[in-house]
Design a protein. Structure first.
Length: 378
């Protein structure tokens, strides 16, 4: 295990115990709303068409209850894990989000990477987030960095991107495969709003024609671990395994691509059964609380991606906001594990879970009942 990742003592997160401006995760949401204009706000809280997939992400999480065990010594709970040969404080990754510069114009993605490097987590950098592959690597050379690519060019384009990621110390490489067609994001359409990055985007036909052939080209040439993001069925999982894919990334793009898809946590058991330990598994889609992370790992995920919460924290307070969000998330994870009667993720399995009924109406904010923001104002 590489112990280069800093493991710092958590700052006091007890209510009222410090001068920290953020004591609860929902406070990042409120501050982000105050800081963002309507276009930026709708970009992060919105999803495709009827936004059904986004709601199902939360519903799938809320339909899982815990089965706690008691009278166990949980005086010391360690939520750290080993992933990619490194020790992480949490099995958590900041998921790839395009156009992070909307939320932090100066440092953008570099601020997220620096924060996760200081904390001891991971960041998957989107190929459509500034300031780009090389500058993010320069900003946080010791962080666990993963590069995610939208294929917007030919074989030479892909080869160049993989080569640059390897040369700049990225730990793994990810292909996103659920964006063959760009979705109808009706919050933007209703306001006639098009992001500048979308206006500059080229090469969409390459994304439409992306196939397993490109996966084979990468695996045949490079040793860097390969992740496929956007897997949603056992059938595609089997094909990915046949191609030697190292990580299956269960994702529906936060509900921002195919409408009326299944919630990510509804998909996860199918993927775990198909993988049978032959690859590692990532997941994202509505994960906002420590209990969400615990549920995913109990069901078989190895890393949980944090998307919208990452953006809210970044918009609320930049790099320090992302770092503080991770500290609060860690506190929630530790308490959840301890109350379940386990002292580490290694002790956790699906026997601690039980199907149940969601008590909150699913929405982008249903993880935060204290948030009183109206998400649908134009």
């Amino acid at each position: 295990m590489n112990d280069a990742t800093p493991i710092r003592p958590n700052r006091n997160v007890e209510l009222g115990a410090s001068n920290e401006p953020f004591q609860n995760l929902h406070e990042f949401v409120r501050k982000a709303r105050a800081n963002l204009n309507q276009n930026a706000w709708d970009y992060i809280v919105g999803a495709a068409e009827t936004e059904t997939t986004m709601r199902r992400n939360r519903m799938a999480l809320d339909e899982i209850a815990f089965r706690p065990r008691v009278l166990r010594d949980v005086s010391k709970v360690d939520p750290s894990v080993e992933r990619f040969g490194r020790k992480l404080r949490l099995p958590v990754m900041m998921a790839p989000v395009g156009a992070l510069e909307i939320f932090e114009p100066v440092a953008a993605a570099a601020a997220v990477t620096r924060a996760v490097g200081k904390f001891g987590a991971a960041h998957m950098l989107s190929s459509v987030s500034e300031p780009g592959l090389e500058k993010v690597a320069e900003a946080a050379p010791d962080a666990l960095r993963i590069y995610q690519l939208y294929v917007r060019g030919d074989d030479a384009f892909v080869d160049d991107c993989v080569s640059r990621a390897v040369a700049n110390g990225y730990t793994a490489f990810c292909l996103t495969v659920d964006t063959a067609h760009y979705s109808r994001r009706e919050r933007d359409i209703a306001k006639r709003y098009v992001r500048e990055s979308r206006l500059r985007a080229t090469g969409g036909d390459y994304q439409k024609s992306l196939s397993w052939r490109t996966v084979k080209l990468i695996k045949d040439k490079y040793k860097i671990p390969l992740i496929i993001k956007g897997i949603a069925t056992a059938e595609d999982t089997a094909i990915a395994l046949d191609h030697g894919v190292d990580w299956i990334y269960v994702s529906n793009h936060g509900g921002r691509q195919l409408d009326h898809g299944r919630g990510a946590m509804h998909v996860l058991p199918e993927i775990v059964d198909a993988v049978k330990g032959r690859a590692k598994i990532m997941i994202d889609g509505g994960f906002c609380r420590g209990s969400d992370v615990v549920k995913a790992v109990a069901l078989g995920a190895d890393i949980v991606g944090i998307g919208r919460l990452q953006c809210w924290a970044l918009a609320a307070a930049g790099e320090s906001g992302v770092l503080r969000m991770l500290e609060l998330l860690e506190d929630e994870v530790i308490r959840t594990l301890g109350l379940l009667g386990v002292t580490s993720f290694a002790d956790l399995n699906k026997s601690y879970l039980h199907p149940s009924t969601a008590t909150n109406a699913p929405s982008v904010f249903s993880a935060f009942p204290l948030v009183d923001i109206e998400p649908y104002r134009y």
